[in-house]
Design a protein around this ligand. Structure first.
Ligand code: ATP
Ligand code: MG
Length: 551
């Protein structure tokens, strides 16, 4: 209290000094006591005052009420009026300047003190309130969203600049208007006026503040917001339709009674445009993708058609060419047997029967190869994986081939494993190995050592149709010391009916490697051929396979 400074403004000097004394006795600092409105305003301007006590009946050019008003408005100092009498007219004038207290003379010390303390306290509260109002107003002004607040009757009490610019209503025009006039919504799909602006509807019910949030069924009263809706149209003052996103929430007093509503909304036309553009982009992208897929599909089927027709014509050539020799063998042997058979010895007859048999076997194998290539080409050759013991499978195949090959050849089996259970298609693997081994034998006319080597490496590319099984990369290497292949010709040999130029009289149709490649592809593997003319050939087949783990 010791620091509180009080300005005394009395009409008469004696009274001023008396009051100054009285206040000092009460513990206040009274740096100055003046007797005119002008002097009071000058003192208020120069000093840090806490309260001004001012006589209502000042006799100078500025009377007590207008001096008090200036002190209050210009310097924000609380004013307490002093008066001899409390006549009605003066009182009314004084009231207009919202004084912080009113004291009728003669002054009583205790009452004086209480009034001063109350004035200081009220002034402090007012300052705090002003500050927080300022704080909220600034916040609401500066947020990016449009905000309109109404009272309980739906009358606009606040509108921020964003709401002004979206609605096209200036603050001065909007304040005091019914909210439905400024915040005018139509449902974009039906184009009907928005049926019941929730805030307004409920506020109308709430007339006389009789309804509280508990009376509102949907949504739950606990939920602060009444509505949160998307994509509606706001009709601006100039008639423009603006797509908005909006939320309406009640404003409640401390007793949970509705005293107003706050509408928060934002212009989403830019967002809608971006969304529309994005949709269009995705649509175009999908269309382009679909078109290029269709194009690729057409191109592929044209290629396939071309390949098939090429295959057909080659087939006819091959059949007519390759079947001619065995058929003439069959024809000549059967004619000889028919004419001379009776007189021949059993051994000679058997030779011709064997020739016929070999020719038929050759033709059968040829037909099988042709069919296989046809199946592969038209996508009908299927991959059927089953459990297979790979070491046993290979050794059995070698035995089979050993029984038919010449003595000049020897097939060497190289593998560091005793047995290995895997999942693969045995029919396809048989085609792969049989064709490669028979090539190795056939194109090594001087005989020699043919090697079939198998190595298995751990891998992390499992086959698609088995789950969680450890997988391996099985590498088969078939090596021969044969005639080799001219370098430039190696790349086309995996196509059907392609043969190298150095085959001489060695017979063949050029289907074996095409079959090998199809079978390897169905296994998801790779095949490579390395060859040196006159030195020999090595074919490497890599197959990703899963280890079989039992049922
Ligand atoms: P088919 O296997 O249909 O009876 P082919 O052996 O001629 O006939 P492919 O197995 O497809 O047909 O082989 C194609 C060509 O590749 C052969 O004609 C040959 O010129 C060459 N070739 C394949 N393997 C070898 C090899 N190990 N050594 C030398 N040339 C080979
Ligand atoms: Mg072959």
């Amino acid at each position: 209290m010791a620091n509180q400074q009080i300005l005394v403004v009395e009409d008469e000097q004696i009274q001023a000094l008396e009051l100054q004394k009285m206040l000092e006795n009460l513990g206040y600092q009274v740096p100055i006591a003046v007797t005119s409105g002008e002097a009071a305003i000058a003192a208020a301007k120069d000093r840090q005052l806490d309260v001004v006590l001012i006589d209502l009946n000042l006799s100078g050019t500025i009377n007590g009420v207008s001096a008090a008003k200036q002190i209050r408005d210009r310097f924000n100092i609380p004013v307490v009026y002093l008066t001899e009498s409390s006549d009605e007219e003066t009182l009314q004038r004084a009231k207009l300047t919202t004084p912080f207290g009113y004291l009728v003379k003669p002054l009583e010390a205790n009452y004086l003190k209480t009034t001063i303390e109350m004035a200081i306290y009220r002034h402090q509260l007012e300052q705090e309130l002003k500050q927080s109002q300022q704080w909220f107003a600034t916040t609401l002004h500066s947020i990016g969203e449009a905000v309109i607040a109404t009272d309980a009757g739906g009358i606009i009490r606040f509108i921020n600049p964003v709401a002004e610019s979206i609605t096209g209503w200036r603050r001065s025009q909007a304040l005091g208007k019914d909210v439905s006039e400024v915040f005018c919504i139509v449902n974009p799909s039906a184009h009907l006026p928005y049926p019941e602006a929730p805030g307004k509807h409920n506020l109308q019910l709430a007339e006389g503040n009789e309804i509280s949030l508990e009376n509102i069924d949907e949504p739950s009263p606990v939920d602060r917001g009444w509505t949160a809706s998307c994509d509606r149209l706001l009709i601006a003052k100039d008639g423009r339709q603006i797509p908005i996103d909006d939320t309406v929430a009640p404003i409640n007093d401390e007793n949970n009674k509705i005293i107003g509503a706050v509408y928060v909304f934002r212009d989403i036309s830019a967002r809608q445009q971006t969304e529309a553009l994005e949709k269009e982009r995705i649509r175009l992208e999908t269309e382009i993708k679909e078109r290029s897929l269709a194009e690729a599909e057409i191109r592929r089927s044209l290629e396939l058609e071309k390949e098939l027709s090429e295959l057909k014509s080659r087939l006819i050539t091959t059949i007519s060419h390759e079947f001619r020799t065995p058929m003439s063998v069959i024809l000549s042997s059967s004619e000889l047997l028919q004419v001379y058979g009776d007189g021949w010895q059993e051994e000679k007859k058997q030779t011709h029967f064997n020739r016929i048999e070999t020719a038929i076997e050759y033709m059968t194998a040829l037909v099988e190869d042709i069919m296989l290539v046809g199946e592969a080409q038209s996508g009908k050759l299927r991959f059927n994986p089953t459990p297979v013991e790979l070491v046993g499978f290979c050794t059995q195949l070698i035995e089979e081939m050993n029984s038919t090959k010449s003595d000049r050849h020897h097939i060497q089996w190289i593998c560091d494993r005793q047995a290995i259970e895997v999942i693969l298609d045995p029919k396809l693997l048989r085609q792969i190995l049989k064709n490669l081994l028979s090539n190795a034998i056939k194109y090594s006319p001087d005989g020699g050592e043919i090697k079939l080597e198998l190595t298995c490496h751990p891998s992390n590319t499992p086959l698609v149709n088995t789950q969680n099984a450890p997988s391996l990369l099985a590498i088969f290497r078939i090596q021969d010391p044969g005639i080799g292949i001219p370098k430039v010709e190696t790349q086309h040999l995996f196509e059907s009916f392609q043969r190298a130029t150095n085959v001489g009289t060695i017979r063949g149709t050029g289907l074996g490697l095409a079959i090998v490649q199809k079978c390897v592809q169905l296994h998801g593997g790779q095949v490579e051929l390395e060859s040196e003319l006159g030195i020999g050939t090595t074919v490497t087949v890599k197959l990703p396979i899963d280890v079989y783990q039992g049922d």
